[in-house]
Structure formats: C-alpha cells, structure tokens
Write a protein that binds this ligand. Structure first.
Ligand SMILES: NC(=O)c1ccc[n+]([C@@H]2O[C@H](COP(=O)([O-])OP(=O)(O)OC[C@H]3O[C@@H](n4cnc5c(N)ncnc54)[C@H](O)[C@@H]3O)[C@@H](O)[C@H]2O)c1
Length: 328
C-alpha cells in the first residue's frame, strides 16, 4: 500500500539536476526532515531512499513525542559540484520546498549543513538549522551524538548492568561528524573506528577496515555511517551484545529486528537513538527553549530507552503484553 502523502520529483531549471521531496505524514503536524545531497547510481535508488527516510522521520517524531510528521528531501548529485552549481541546485530545491506550502520543513542531512540551509532560506522560510550567526541553531550533530550517548548508557545499564563504559570495546562504523563526537565522548572505553574515507584515520582511536567493522568481537557496535547495513547475513556475523547508533534505517528490512533478538543482541531502533538532533532543533527554534532545556529534552532519549527495554524484559517474563519496540 502507498503510505506516503506525496512524492514530488523535479528537474531544477537553474541546475538541471534532480531534487525530490517525500512527504510521509502530516497527521501529527507539519512534516520535518533533512535534505540529503548525495550521488546515487540510479534515480530510482534516490526515490527508494527518500521514501524510507521520510517514513523513518515520522517514526522518529512519534517516538520523541514531537508534534510533527515525517518528510525528507534528496538532491541527487550527478556531476562534480562547483560552488556555483551547488548554489543553483539549492535554490532549485528551495522552490520545490515552497510547493509544499509549509507542510515540509527542511534541515541538514548527509551532504548538507547550516550554510546550505542559509542558501535555501534566501527563497523559502521553511528551513531549520541556519548558522548560529544567522539566528539558527547550526549543526545538529552535537545534540544527535548526545542523544545516542544517552541511549547507549541506558541500554548499557540494561545489558551490562552499568552505564559505565570504561574498558568496554566499542566499534563505531562511520567516523563522520556524529561518529567522531561519540568516539571522543567515550573516554575510558576501547574505541575502534571505521570509515570508507581513509583520510579520516587517526592514531587517537583503533581503526578497522569498513568491510570488517561488523565482524569485530566487541561489546557495542555503533552504526554511524549509512543505512541498510544490518542485513540477515551481517547479523549472522555480528559478535557484539548491543547495537545503538545514529545511522537512519539501519535494518535492510523489518524482519532483521527478529534476527537480532534471536541472537540475543539488543538493538536500539535508530528512530529512537538518533532523535537528539530533531528534538534539540525544534525545542530551540519552535518552542523557544534555551540550550540547557533543549539538552534536557535530548537526554530524555535515555529515559525512553530504559523504559522500553524494561517493558521488553517484563514481556519476556510474561509480566506484560506491551513489548515496546526494542530488538532483544
Ligand atoms: N547529523 C545529524 O544530526 C544526524 C541526525 C540523525 C541521523 N543522522 C544519521 O547519522 C549518520 C551519520 O551522520 P553524520 O552527520 O555523522 O554524517 P557524516 O556524513 O558527517 O558522516 C558519515 C561518515 O560515514 C562514512 N561512511 C560512508 N559510508 C560508509 C560505509 N559504508 N562504511 C563506513 N563509513 C562510511 C563517511 O565517509 C563519513 O565520514 C547518517 O546516517 C545520518 O543520516 C545524523
């Protein structure tokens, strides 16, 4: 069944490049979601991505109790991006955002940042996370990492009996802006990072080739790169007890959650673990909350994860019929 409200794909008149917006749901309120700028092998791959990501945003907002629906947009990079072309395609994309009349509000995602949001804002008011010097809250990577850490601590209490990660072996796949912040926050843990971009390699942390990242024997795996990484084959090879990370849509399909559970691996769904950015941004930019108040809301992710895991435990022991949404 087609469960999205709208999908619009456009060729931009300025850039000649394809951009698209998928509006999954506005039932809870105007839809929010990042604008991804990325190369795809086929346009249909981009359409699949934008449809899945927009649905995940609806789940993310619902799990976080935010009165918004989910949407996402994609700018398909099909040639080298000069600064001029980047600007043109962003302006094209701003026109497309305006077609939704406020039903979709964009923020940064993989491949875009606050400076790109500033370009969008030249033509559309429906944009979040402008640079701080322009009145926005800037990059959401910090709050996203904080939310993942809150989820990680709560899940660690459940799995290891303590939220102290000292001495735990943690593999972070994707050493980008969120992955790096998580790695740096895990003082005392044995942190191993991995990235397809070799230039990200640093002596500060252990390093594993991306092909091997999902086979390392460790306590925790943090998917912080791309989606679709947890397939049945990969889950078969995992040698960790806990998986929690920011990457959106980590499972290749929903049935993989059952496979993780069957292997006794606790998986915190990405729409819960990765909600820190959207929680923080909307608290500050829509509700007018100050920085500390917004961070406290982000930390609520830990409370939510703890409750869900306890609910799941009670269900396993036959004490409740409400399983929550955690894997194992
Ligand atoms: N930044 C946020 O606020 C935010 C919020 C919610 C969700 N997320 C999700 O978290 C993930 C990380 O976000 P980010 O902002 O750090 O992105 P980023 O682009 O800064 O970092 C991603 C990193 O992953 C690497 N990478 C790409 N493919 C890889 C692969 N197959 N194996 C290993 N490394 C690979 C890239 O080289 C890059 O260094 C993304 O999936 C993003 O959608 C981010």
């Amino acid at each position: 069944m087609w469960e999205h409200e709208r999908l619009v794909v456009r060729t931009g008149p300025r850039s000649g490049m394809t951009t698209m917006v998928a509006l999954h749901s506005t039932e809870a309120g105007p839809a929010v979601g990042g604008c991804r700028m990325k190369a795809y092998e086929r346009i249909t791959d981009a359409v699949t991505d934008v449809l899945r990501l927009s649905k995940a945003m609806t789940l993310k907002c619902a799990a976080a109790g935010i009165p918004h629906g989910g949407a996402k947009s994609v700018i398909v990079v099909d040639r080298p991006l000069t600064p001029g072309l980047r600007r043109q395609v962003l302006l094209d994309h701003a026109d497309l955002i305006n077609e939704f009349g406020g039903a979709y509000r964009a923020g940064p995602d993989v491949g875009t940042g606050p400076d790109d949001m500033l370009v969008l804002s030249e033509l559309t008011p429906y944009v979040h996370c402008l640079p701080e010097e322009h009145g926005g809250t800037g990059s959401s990577s910090g709050p996203t990492a904080r939310g993942v850490l809150a989820a990680l601590k709560a899940a660690s209490r459940h799995v290891f009996g303590t939220d102290d990660l000292t001495g735990r072996k943690v593999v972070i796949s994707g050493f980008g802006s969120v992955g790096e912040l998580i790695a740096r926050a895990l003082r005392g843990a044995e942190v191993i990072v991995s990235d397809v971009d070799e230039s990200r390699r640093t002596d500060e942390f252990g390093w594993v080739h991306p092909d091997q990242a999902y086979r390392v024997k460790a306590d925790v795996l943090v998917p912080a790169a791309v989606g679709g990484v947890l397939s049945p084959q990969v889950v078969e090879q995992l040698d960790v007890r806990l998986v929690v990370g920011p990457a959106n849509n980590q499972l290749t399909d929903d049935s993989v959650a059952g496979l993780l559970e069957a292997r006794g691996i606790v998986w915190v769904p990405d729409h819960v673990a990765s909600a820190g950015g959207v929680i923080y941004t909307l608290a500050r930019e829509d509700d007018g909350a100050d920085h500390e108040t917004a961070l406290r809301r982000v930390d609520g992710i830990g409370v939510m994860v703890g409750k869900l895991l306890r609910g799941r435990q009670r269900e396993d022991s036959g004490m409740t019929a409400n399983p929550g949404s955690m894997g194992a």
